[in-house]
Design a protein around this ligand. Structure first.
Ligand SMILES: [Zn+2]
Length: 483
């Protein structure tokens, strides 16, 4: 019996075995024995015409069989081993592969010299990096280290999608932007930093929100997508667009002190929806803007993403496919969970129901960007900050309830009565159910939960302040600090 080594992306079709034993006299016989034993492998290795697929390379010991005498008919001994090396393990779909760069300039030779002396990179690997086209969604906390290290490493083309401007509150983590960049578009600031790191890199800027309408068009010219977004609609949009366009999705997300990372949408591997078919209801999982984030955390996770992107381009190492890396920075503990491809996944399963991009705002239970603000949410009237201002100015009898934490109250407040959301059940008796109560928090998520709680407990005149104190500082009084 001789051994055939199965690459990670194809192991789902080999009963998860990394090595399969077969009896054979030639390379071709060995491969036939393999697909006889594991019929699901056939379509991954062969075209309908029965030819080995263009992106599958077969090695006999350390030689590519295309370069040995007799090619696939070469004889094999029991002590030999065959390795299947699909270029898809490198993550680059050959259908849209760019024309490879043929040589490095002398300047590049010295710039990348520490890469060139690594056997796993070498000149061939550096040329792959130069030819690679990576799209980063977001130039924020994750996007900063991600794009900076990819630029430094010599990734030839970096696309960035972002429509924000730099704010002071970004600077504690988004190290691609500096203090003097506050107020500038993030894309321009990022481009300046990346060009300063490596002028050889081509930066392609998409100053837009990623939407169902533009995602496929933007993705089409890139090989790998790196998702650095902080909201569920975009995360599902990126996932589905990656699955539909057959591109790997290098994913990370962060919250407070914890992060997670994986590679979704790679051949044979699971996608984000295999893990979470549907998003949590709005308000259940606060965003970083509400929950806070340790400034270093996106640095750590963005670099994990960059590492996975580089590995996919080089086709080296074991990508985070089918594995969810969990990082807990307080304990400084890294754990790993196995992820399984869900055969019934709505996006990447055998019978996908997501066959085109949908309205992801609606899917995530959020009001669509194009529709006017909702007047009611789960039975709670939504008050706009302008209305609250008018009614306060008219000295109407309102009770303003602030459900944020005391440390937030210390930063900025609207004169409300402070009962943090978690204390509300114990302190509900402090409230007068006969009065009209307007509940607010930072952005409107926690206050919605509080308002629903009050409504369930007999309070009939409860409103949620849409957008919270943040909307107040943006639309009514900029002197109220934004944090
Ligand atoms: Zn899936």
């Amino acid at each position: 019996m001789m051994q055939i080594h199965i690459p990670t992306p194809l192991r789902p079709y080999s009963g998860k075995q990394p090595v399969v034993d077969v009896a054979a006299h030639t390379v071709a016989e060995a491969l036939t024995a393999l697909i006889t034993q594991f019929p699901d492998l056939r379509k991954h290795l062969y075209t309908e015409q029965g030819k080995l697929r263009a992106f599958v390379n077969v090695y006999l010991n350390d030689e590519d069989v295309r370069y040995i005498d007799q090619k696939e008919n070469a004889p094999v001994k029991d002590s030999d081993s065959i390795s299947i090396i699909p270029s898809i393990a490198g993550g680059l779909p050959t259908t849209s592969a760019p024309s490879p760069a043929t040589a490095l300039t002398p300047e590049e030779m010295s710039r990348y010299s520490r890469h060139l002396i690594l056997p796993e990179v070498g000149e061939a690997g550096q040329l792959k990096l130069k030819a690679a086209r990576v799209l980063c969604i977001g130039a924020g906390g994750l996007g900063a280290p991600l794009t900076m290290y990819l630029a430094a490493a010599g990734v030839g083309t970096l696309g960035i999608v972002d429509f924000d401007v730099v704010e002071a509150s970004n600077l504690h983590r988004q190290v691609i932007h500096g203090t003097s960049d506050v107020g500038r578009p993030k894309l321009d600031s990022a481009e300046d930093s990346l060009k300063a790191i490596n002028p050889n890199v081509k930066i392609v800027k998409f100053e837009t929100r990623l939407t169902s309408e533009n995602a496929m068009q933007i993705f089409k010219d890139f090989d790998i997508i790196a998702d650095g977004t902080d909201n569920f609609p975009t995360r599902y949009l990126v996932n589905d667009a990656c699955v539909l366009s057959d591109k790997p999705n290098v994913y990370a997300s962060i919250f407070r002190f914890e992060g997670q990372a994986s590679v979704f949408g790679a051949a044979g591997g699971p996608c984000y929806r295999c893990l979470y078919p549907e998003p949590p209801p709005p308000g259940l999982v606060p965003s970083c803007a509400e929950g806070g984030v340790l400034g270093i955390l996106p640095g750590l996770l963005g670099i994990v993403q960059a590492t996975e992107v580089i590995k996919l381009i080089l086709g080296e190492g074991e990508p985070l496919v089918g594995r969810l890396l969990l990082v807990d920075t307080l304990a400084m503990r890294f754990r790993e969970l196995k992820l399984h491809k869900n055969p019934e996944c709505p996006s990447c399963g055998a019978q996908p129901t997501v066959t085109s991009l949908i309205d992801y705002e609606q899917f995530c239970g959020l009001p669509s960007k194009s529709t006017p603000p909702a007047e009611m949410l789960n039975g709670i009237p939504q008050m706009q900050v302008e209305d609250l201002k008018r009614r306060m100015d008219a000295a109407e009898d309102l009770f303003l309830l602030d459900v944020r934490e005391p440390y937030e109250f210390a930063i900025a407040q609207l004169g409300g009565h402070l009962i943090p959301l978690n204390d509300l059940p114990q302190r509900v008796r402090e409230l007068d159910a006969s009065r009209e109560i307007i509940v607010h928090c930072k952005m409107g998520g926690r206050s919605q939960i509080a308002a629903e709680f009050l409504a369930q407990n007999g309070f009939k005149r409860v409103h949620n302040l849409a957008g919270g104190i943040t909307a107040w500082s943006e639309k009514v009084d900029p002197n109220v600090p934004k944090y």
